[in-house]
Design a protein around this ligand. Sequence first.
Ligand code: DUT
Ligand code: MG
Length: 571
Amino acid sequence: MKIFKHAAKYWYFYLIAFVAMIGSILLDMASPMVTKKIVDDVITDGNTKILMSLLIAILAIGFGRAVTQYVKEFLFDKVSITVGSELRRELFEHIQGLSVSFFDKNNTGELMARVKDDIDKIWNAIGFVGMLAIEGIIYTVSVLVCMVTLSPVLTIIPVIVLPIVGYTAIMLEKKIDVVYGDISEENARLNTVAQENLAGVRTVKAFARERYEIKKFKEHNERYCELNLKQSKTLIRYYPNISFYTRFLLIAVVLVGGLLTIDGKMTLGDLSAFTQYANNIIWPMEILGWLCNDIASGVASSRKIKKIFDEEAEIKDSDKAVDMSDCKGEINFENVTFELNDATILSDISFKVEPGKTIGIMGMTGAGKTSIVNLLERFYDVKSGSIKIDGKDVRDIKLNDLRKNISVVMQDVFLFSDTIMENISIGSKGIITQDAICESARAAKASDFIDKLKEQYDTVIGERGVGLSGGQKQRISIARAIAKNAPILILDDSTSALDMETEYEIQREIEALKGVTKMIIAHRISAVKNADEIIILDEGRIAERGSHDELMKKKGLYYDTYVAQYANYAE
Ligand code: DUT
Ligand code: MG
């Protein structure tokens, strides 16, 4: 398990902390013995000479305990915080490395709960709680040993009471464990609802769905509340039992011990020391339920995290994956078929784009255009057939190299909450100059509006680029793709939010990029008209293909679209 691997690295801290813990326990055991000496030797026998040294011993014990406790707790905390943050980082890295299909199946809220809450629980369990558990065990055993040396007969009482408390605590833990699992699930759901709502606040408002969404949130919130109440009710049902047994222990010890002292079977000092031990043995028992509870949730959390760690990236570098440093940009789809959740998305797609040439892809929405891009970028793998770049199967190219060579303007633009500069240079960090960024923005017709902003390229754009218009966001994302300067450039419906004139100007800029293979996906004829080949997709198949002129002569789907789009001009 990863947690132990991380924790093992800090064994020396654990060792020092453990030594400090043992020191502190030994001092705790010594304290009642001093009391015994004071009662028996000083008070009963009147030996006042040793009183001073005994008082000094009490002070020394107090001081020693303070130091050892501090060292122990600080080190346990330090290690658990370090291990927790290392584990969190590793989990985040692992999640980042997973394939797109993993994110299709898991929602953000749940993953966020894993990265945040579950790691917190683990860190709690291996830190503070774990320390108390170990200390509790050693403590209890040591106290029992000391008790036996004082009076084996009287020790029978705690020996009987302890297992009863232990049993009650275990029963409690079992009940709690079930509720705890539900709570954690509900917590993740609550997170999802809140996260989706906040991210999609505009949609919610636009459809006047606030009431419904609040209701939905309320339901989850109530369920969360109910489960927590259930947990608390379970605790309340068992805790009074535990505290009854512990009180009973003390009273029984004083009573039976008193009788034994009167009979002369033990001294008054023995009894005082024994009572003190009996008092000391209570805390590990009292927190047993809570400890089990927290450890149980730590275990539950680590199981969930393990499940994510066990997930393997479906798409990863094969053993024979090669570099692709000098990519020319030839794209070749050979009889590609693609399935997603048992539905056929693309069938028998073949086309070839020579380096520097342009392919246009059109088709109704849902026809499979974006899927072609997803396959080329290897977000998913083909079912059959193959996709080659410069004659190499994409499955045999290192993923990083493959994606480095493709510059894509995605259909749904995502901008980070960062400066425009950062957002544009995202694919070319460290290699691109400021001038080149401005040049890319100019080519994407974004520089006009950026220059007008108060802080220009240093303007921070909000979450998902709030504060910019749809067309402005599209232009930033086009600038980002141009700045990446890759041999293959893909535009997936990237000018849909732009006016015809801006679209035309950007097209001219893109056409002027020499030596770059281009794939232009669009709904407007104007965007693909000049492409070397245009393919029309229909329900995942190529329905028509050819140059603009050829397709016009065919008088098929392309021609119909042309007529529909240019009818107004003709009139
Ligand atoms: N599809 C899925 N899951 C996804 C993405 C797509 O099942 O995560 C399906 C929906 C659709 C088909 O794949 O029936 C093709 O989708 P694609 O996104 O490739 O369609 P498009 O041609 O890009 O449509 P649009 O013009 O709306 O972008
Ligand atoms: Mg699409």
